[in-house]
Design a protein around this ligand. Structure first.
Ligand code: ATP
Length: 236
């Protein structure tokens, strides 16, 4: 059995006095791709931000790679092997190369040089534009840059917030293809999405609704559940 990489349980958090997460929990095994599926406002971004320490955890437990992360600073979580890609994914006012350098800020410079070369091999379209401002890239290239930036520090787990945001169906398919290849090479992925096409990548799925986890299981099990099939696949 593979080792547990991330384990979150009983997560409660919110903004000011407004609670948005109500005991949510999830886990990711080493090498696993997990999709967190939920509609707008379900709390996906909030849950990912709690995992990264970008908003405080009110109550609950959070472990990553055997470390208690519940109240660790974000930079320490990154050093421990977590990477986060927000919906925007990169800094538009910086060049491609500057973005990747920020993603690899905790990596020694010789190692970062090697890593950058590997990333440019994986993403040739951005390699050609390394001195270009991210704001001048197409939406698809910007997303690939976001992924390259997040991978610069060789994370153990890449946490992604709606990688489909703002992309055409063709570009969504390209992103899914890249993530499938990365997952196939052993990278662990936690992807928050409302686009069910990402389920093709999922070893396991969680649904989030109103700040609570509903279903957890495989995509096949989701299809076997009448209510989920209707809610997420629009099928009778
Ligand atoms: P989306 O797909 O729209 O990003 P989501 O599933 O990621 O949705 P969240 O962004 O986590 O959901 O939002 C969950 C709830 O928290 C929503 O009711 C939202 O209005 C609220 N919320 C999010 N950010 C803030 C904030 N900074 N201050 C106050 N409330 C917030």
């Amino acid at each position: 059995m593979s080792a547990e990489l991330l384990a979150a349980s009983g997560i409660e958090a919110g903004y000011g006095k407004v609670q948005v997460l109500w005991g949510a929990g999830l886990s990711v095994q080493d090498g696993e791709t997990v999709v967190l599926l939920g509609a707008n406002g379900a709390g996906k971004t909030s849950l990912l931000k709690v995992l990264m320490g970008l908003i405080p955890l009110w109550r609950g437990a959070l472990q990553f790679a055997g470390l208690d992360m519940a109240h660790l600073r974000t930079d320490r979580r990154v050093r421990a092997g977590l990477a986060y890609m927000s919906e925007i994914g990169c800094f538009p006012g910086l060049t491609v190369e500057e973005n990747i350098r920020i993603g690899g800020q905790f990596v020694a410079s010789a190692e970062l040089g090697r890593r950058m070369k590997e990333l440019y091999d994986i993403f040739p379209a951005i390699a050609e534009r390394r001195d270009t401002l991210a704001s001048s890239l197409s939406g698809g290239q910007r997303k690939m840059l976001g992924i390259a930036k997040a991978l610069a520090g060789r994370p153990k787990l890449l946490i992604m917030d709606e990688p489909s945001a703002g992309l055409s169906p063709r570009l969504v398919a390209e992103v899914i293809d890249v993530l499938g290849r990365l997952g196939g090479q052993g990278l662990s992925l936690l992807i928050a999405e409302q686009n069910v096409n990402f389920l093709s990548l999922a070893d396991r799925v969680y649904t989030l609704d109103g700040g609570r986890i509903g279903f957890t299981g495989s995509v096949a099990e989701m299809h076997d559940n009448d209510a989920l099939r209707r809610a997420y696949f629009g099928l009778k």
